[in-house]
Write a protein that binds this ligand. Structure first.
Ligand code: MCN
Length: 771
């Protein structure tokens, strides 16, 4: 109990620690759903619709059923009346049509890849073979793939919906119509934002196992949360939540696409319950591309009113290409877009109408960015067009319109309150890091030589942590080791490291003494999960709440052991001592051990050193940033080379700059995909044009751009960490900067607009006036 007073702790939050979890991943010791082998396990394979729209006349299952090794063939008839529906969670202010989303199609299929039947067999190979033997009589119907055409209602997907509108949202603030009438200039543009596939390295999958003795169904799934998907499963299976345990093992990426429970996972769970044997369903890459919900997909008409050289009003009609059915999360991304249609600018008047339109395509849902990339792209392209029309430098134009730092908390025209920020600072820093002025000079020189150099910037703001609460628990073992349980379920973000850093600071221990557990409904009473860049802000804050309860108790135990008052203690780096008397000290381990020995505790304290914490955030946080790009277009091939890309992001206080930078670079590569390569296309008959990675333009390592990433740290006042989200930043900030740069390069050719993706062919056609 003696020793020198420790040196002041530098704190673990803010340090670029390497990921604790990487050893496991790099050594092949991670365990994914498909690694799970249970005795007597069966394999489920799904029979999918080859038509985008057709009546289902009959499903012939006899041949498949008779195949040796087949245990069951499931069709809609088997499920009839036995399964509930997906509940459509209300998204703020959104009117949603409650059309059924079946687990297996009954009399109609509405997209290519829709599940029609499922075969359960002793081996996967047998199940695959038998699935080929299921014959379905279809009566094909005309399909509609374009949301604008769908709105005309010539092809109807759901009988009660004459215009195919599945959901609507409308926001209005100020006097937009009056302002457009007063405007000196109105700038308009139509945008088509293609759909994207999320393409996680690990496809979707689930294993379900039922124990009749305890009436417990256990489901292991590749997912982004535990309690949320369990809630959905409970509703669809009509089984009490407490009789389902939902476990998420290691996850090989999700990017938003594993947000809820898929129809296939429901089928596996139902089959396990019926057959009383474990059932595994793991999709292949082709199924993932066809049937996993997709992201983006929007047709937008945007107009900006300009008066006295300022953008004063925005009007937009957004048509979200919702796909054939709604998942609970389908409206989330386009509503995010709608809410952010004034971007980072002080634009006082706005009117946004959003319609979610049914098309004969796989449903959409959140994909990294989830609606914020669309908003940033639309707003930033419009800002660029206005700046160009006014003949003003795009950075100067943005600086003039950015919400000023003194205006925070700032209520945007549509009523959403931005918590904190210094937008001009982000732009200035970007200008320096990009060497903006030098590149503008270089551009003049390049143009005089006939070279197509372009410089583009963007200023984005996003809405993160919109789901209000999260949970965590801290359990200190008698040895002093700290077990953290979090409701956040990482799938690549590195929570084991970041959360250990947060706990280490709160409890004054080394992060190596902290174990982070997650991904099991048994760990915590309730939780929400990882999406919408919320984990650090909300989940990290829940951990702070739990850890502070533990810290308070630890301090009282230490005070009792030292026969001092808790207020007189100092605590640092695993030691408590009486202020001014460093020799009167106890270690963290002694305190932890005393917590489990009743005679060593003060009489008013219960045994144990553990606590649960919930943190509810009053409203979402608004991370933001400025991105800049320099590109060069090859006039002969249309190929675009990204010569420089700079990201200045403000995610409030950063817990681990190394991991945060990793998030930025990963999301920037996805942005490169969106801008230059990716587009999930369908033919007019609703047939997908890509079913393998050979056809879908996923970016490869060679496409990673030279990136400079830097963080500003304006704390959020809305949580004890002062943190905001960073997990999606690159997908939001980079596309408009790159788009602006490419169109800047093409300006001498009079090209005003191009839709994504800027493939070499599309750019070449634009250059050569071939539309
Ligand atoms: N971080 C930090 N300081 C902050 C915020 C974040 O240090 N102020 C760091 C932390 O290390 C944290 C990580 O950044 O572990 C991400 O934190 P946060 O921004 O809170 O986002 P989430 O953990 O909630 O992650 C969700 C986000 C989303 S929405 C998608 S989609 C996404 C993403 O993260 N999918 C990913 N990143 C991904 N990364 C990988 N590898 N794989 C995916 O599927």
């Amino acid at each position: 109990m003696t020793g020198e007073q420790p040196a002041p702790s530098p704190g673990w939050v803010g340090r670029p620690l390497r990921r604790k979890e990487d050893g496991r991943f790099l050594r092949g010791q991670a365990r994914y759903v498909d690694d799970l082998q249970l005795p007597g396990m069966l394999y489920l394979v799904v029979v999918r619709s080859p038509y985008a729209h057709a009546r289902v006349l009959q499903v012939h299952t006899e041949a498949a059923s008779q195949r040796a090794g087949v245990v069951a063939v499931l069709t809609a008839q088997h499920l009839d009346g036995k399964l509930g529906q997906y509940a459509l969670a209300g998204v703020e202010g959104t009117h949603v049509e409650h059309v059924p989303h079946p687990v297996l199609a009954r009399d109609r299929v509405r997209y290519v890849g829709e599940p029609v039947a499922a075969v359960v067999a002793d081996t996967r190979a047998v199940a695959e073979d038998a699935a080929q033997l299921v014959e379905v009589d279809y009566d094909p119907l005309p399909a509609v793939v374009d949301p604008e055409e769908a709105l005309q209602g010539q092809v109807r997907l759901h009988d009660p919906l004459p215009d195919n509108v599945l959901f609507r949202w409308e926001g209005r603030g100020g006097d937009p119509d009056g302002e457009f009438a007063r405007a000196e200039r109105v700038v308009r543009q139509k945008f088509r934002i293609p759909r994207l596939a999320a393409v996680p390295m690990e496809t979707r999958g689930a294993v379900a196992s039922y124990d009749p003795g305890t009436d417990l169904l256990t489901v292991w799934a590749s997912a982004q949360g535990t309690h949320r998907p369990r809630e959905q499963l409970s509703r669809i299976l009509r089984r009490p939540e407490d009789r389902i345990r939902f476990v998420v093992p290691d996850v090989g990426g999700a990017f938003g696409s594993k947000f809820g429970v898929s129809p296939e996972a429901v089928l596996a769970a139902w089959a396990a319950l019926q057959l009383r044997r474990p059932v595994k369903w793991v999709e292949d890459r082709r199924e993932n591309l066809l049937a996993s919900y997709q992201g983006r997909g929007m047709v937008a008409d945007v107009e900006v009113a300009v008066r006295d050289g300022r953008m004063t009003a925005v009007r937009a009609r957004l048509l979200a290409d919702a796909g054939a059915y709604l998942y609970p999360s389908t409206p989330v991304p386009p509503v995010n877009t709608a809410m952010l249609m004034t971007g980072a600018y002080a634009i006082p008047h706005a009117h946004v109408v959003l319609l979610g339109v049914a098309t004969n395509k796989v449903p959409t849902g959140p994909y990294r960015g989830a609606g914020r990339p669309e908003a940033a792209y639309l707003v930033e392209r419009m800002a660029e067009l206005v700046a160009k029309e006014l003949g003003e430098d795009p950075v100067a134009f943005r600086l003039r319109h950015a919400v000023p730092p003194e205006a925070f908390p700032y209520r945007n025209a549509l009523g959403f309150v931005y918590d904190s920020g210094n937008y001009p600072q982000a732009l200035q820093r970007l200008r320096d890091l990009l060497e903006y002025d030098r590149w503008r000079e270089e551009q003049k020189r390049a143009r005089s030589e006939g070279r197509l150099l372009g410089v583009g910037v963007s200023l984005y703001v996003e809405r993160a942590a919109s789901q209000v609460w999260e949970s965590a628990a801290v359990v200190v073992q008698p040895t002093g080791r700290v077990v953290v349980r979090t409701g956040s379920v990482p799938h690549g973000q590195g929570h084991e490291t970041a959360f250990a850093q947060i706990a280490a600071d709160e409890l004054q221990v080394h992060p190596d003494q902290v174990v982070v557990e997650y991904g099991d409904t048994d760990l915590l009473g309730r939780s929400i999960g990882t999406f919408g860049s919320r984990s650090v802000t909300v989940g990290g804050s829940a951990l702070v709440v739990a850890a502070r309860k533990v810290a308070d108790k630890a301090r009282r135990i230490a005070a009792h052991l030292l026969e001092a008052a808790p207020e007189d203690l100092q605590w640092q780096d695993g030691r408590f001592w009486v202020r001014g008397l460093p020799e009167r000290a106890v270690t963290w381990r002694e305190v932890a051990s005393a917590a489990y020995q009743p005679h060593r505790l003060p009489p008013d304290l219960e045994m144990g050193l553990e606590a649960t914490g919930y943190f509810a955030i009053p409203r979402p946080v608004f991370p933001y940033g400025a991105y800049g790009a320099v590109v060069e277009v090859d006039p002969d091939s249309g190929e675009v080379q990204v010569r420089k890309l700079v990201a200045v992001d403000d995610a409030g206080r950063v817990v681990n700059p190394l991991l945060a930078e990793g998030q930025v670079s990963g999301s920037v590569v996805q942005a490169i995909g969106q801008v230059f390569r990716e587009s999930f296309e369908y033919g007019p008959d609703g047939q997908p044009r890509a079913a393998t990675l050979a056809e879908y333009g996923l970016p490869r390592a060679v496409h990673a751009p030279p990136l400079v990433s830097e963080f500003l740290q304006t704390p959020s006042p809305l949580n004890p960490l002062g943190a905001k989200g960073i997990g999606e930043a690159g997908t939001i900030g980079a596309p408009p900067a790159l788009a602006n740069a490419v169109l800047d390069a093409l300006e001498p050719f009079g090209v005003r607009h191009l839709d994504f993706p800027f493939t070499a062919e599309r750019v070449w056609r634009a250059l050569h006036g071939k539309g």
